[in-house]
Design a binder for this molecule. Structure first.
Ligand code: ZN
Length: 310
C-alpha cells in the first residue's frame, strides 16, 4: 500500500448518476453539475451517453450538453456509447475527447441492454475503439456485469478475463470492471483484478461500483490495493441501473475522496467543494442523496465548525 500515492476518480454523475432518475434535469443544470465537478478538481468526467432517447430520456440532450462544455485543455470529456450510431453522434459533437464503450459479460444482459450477444458486444467495443483512434481520440471499455448478472446470476471470472484480453488487442487506454448491479464483494474484486494483472500487467484498470448491498466503498479499497488506478464515482452517490433492483447508486465521490485522502492517497479533489456540490444537487433533485459524508460532515472539522459545537 505504501507505493500508492494517488488514484484518479472519474466523475460519472452527469451520465450514470442521472440516467435512471425519473425527474428530468435540464441541460443547464447538467452543465452546472459538470462545472461544479471541475471546480472541485475533477479532470475526467463522463458527460453523457449517446443512446436512444426513447430508452433513456434523461440523455436526450447529449449533444446540447456537449455544446456547453467548458473549454479546458486539462479536461477529458467521456461520451458513453453502445454502438456505431452512438459513436458517430459522440464524434460529431467535436467535444468528446474519449469514447467509453460497453461490453456485457453475459448474453441475456447484453441482449437486454444493447440487443446483442456478449461476444457481439466485445466485437463492437473493439470496432468502436478503432474508430475513435482513426478520429484521433482515445477510447476505453467497461465490462458490465463483471461481478454478477441480474438475469444469469454468477459470472465466471475466467469469462471476464477472456473479454478483457480480447478488448485489450484494440488498444483502449484502460478497461473497467463494472459491478453494474452491486453484488460484488472485496475478495471477489481483488481476485478478478489479480487474474487480469497476471495476464495483462500493463493494462490500466478502472473500477465502477454500485453500493446496492453496502459493499461499494470496501470494493473500492480492495480494487486499489489490488492495483486498480482509477475509480468511477458519482457526486451524492446518485445513480441506478434499470436492471438492478433496489436502484442504489454509484459509490459517492465525496465518500471515496474522504476515504482515500484520509489514507494518504491523493485524488486531486476538494472534499468541501464536493460537499457543496452534493448540497446543491440534493436540492435540485429534491431529496437527500445517499452519500454518507453529506450526512456526517468532514473530519477533522474546520475551526469554524468546531466553534459551532460550543
Ligand atoms: Zn453504473
Amino acid at each position: 500500500m505504501n507505493s500508492i500515492s494517488s488514484v484518479e476518480i472519474v466523475e460519472v454523475s452527469p451520465r450514470d448518476g442521472l440516467q435512471n432518475e425519473s425527474q428530468y434535469v435540464s441541460t443547464m443544470h447538467k452543465l452546472t453539475l459538470i462545472a461544479r465537478a471541475i471546480n472541485a478538481g475533477s479532470r475526467r468526467i463522463e458527460v453523457a451517453s449517446f443512446v436512444n432517447p426513447r430508452a433513456v430520456p434523461q440523455m436526450a440532450d447529449a449533444e446540447k450538453v456537449c455544446a456547453g462544455l467548458p473549454e479546458n485543455d486539462e479536461m477529458t470529456y467521456i461520451g458513453l456509447v453502445m454502438n456505431h450510431r452512438g459513436a458517430e453522434r459522440a464524434l460529431a459533437t467535436g467535444r468528446i475527447n474519449q469514447l467509453g464503450v460497453v461490453a456485457v459479460a453475459t448474453d441475456t444482459f447484453a441482449m437486454a441492454n444493447q440487443g446483442q450477444t456478449s461476444n457481439g458486444s466485445v466485437e463492437i467495443a473493439k470496432e468502436i475503439i478503432s474508430l475513435a483512434h482513426s478520429k484521433g481520440i482515445t477510447a476505453q471499455a467497461t465490462i458490465a456485469a463483471s461481478f454478477g448478472c441480474p438475469f444469469e446470476g454468477e459470472v465466471m471470472q475466467e469469462r471476464v478475463v477472456e473479454m478483457v484480453s480480447a478488448i485489450f488487442e484494440a488498444g483502449p487506454v484502460e478497461i473497467a470492471l463494472a459491478d453494474t448491479i452491486g453484488v460484488g464483494n472485496p475478495a471477489h474484486v481483488a481476485s478478478l483484478i489479480n487474474k487480469i494483472r497476471d495476464v495483462l500487467p500493463s493494462l490500466p484498470i478502472r473500477v465502477h461500483f454500485h453500493n446496492t448491498r453496502g459493499t461499494g466503498i470496501a470494493n473500492v479499497w480492495a480494487a486499489i490495493c489490488a492495483g486498480a488506478a482509477t475509480v468511477d464515482a458519482s457526486i451524492g452517490g446518485l445513480g441506478g441501473c434499470p436492471f438492478a433492483s433496489g436502484a442504489a447508486g454509484n459509490v459517492a465521490t465525496e465518500d471515496v475522496t474522504y476515504m482515500l485522502e484520509r489514507a494518504g492517497i491523493q485524488t486531486g479533489l476538494d472534499i468541501d467543494k464536493l460537499l457543496a456540490a452534493n448540497e446543491w444537487l440534493a436540492s435540485l433533485m429534491d431529496k437527500p442523496l445517499a452519500s454518507m459524508m453529506a450526512k456526517a460532515g468532514s473530519f477533522p472539522a474546520s475551526k469554524q465548525d468546531i466553534k459551532e459545537y460550543f
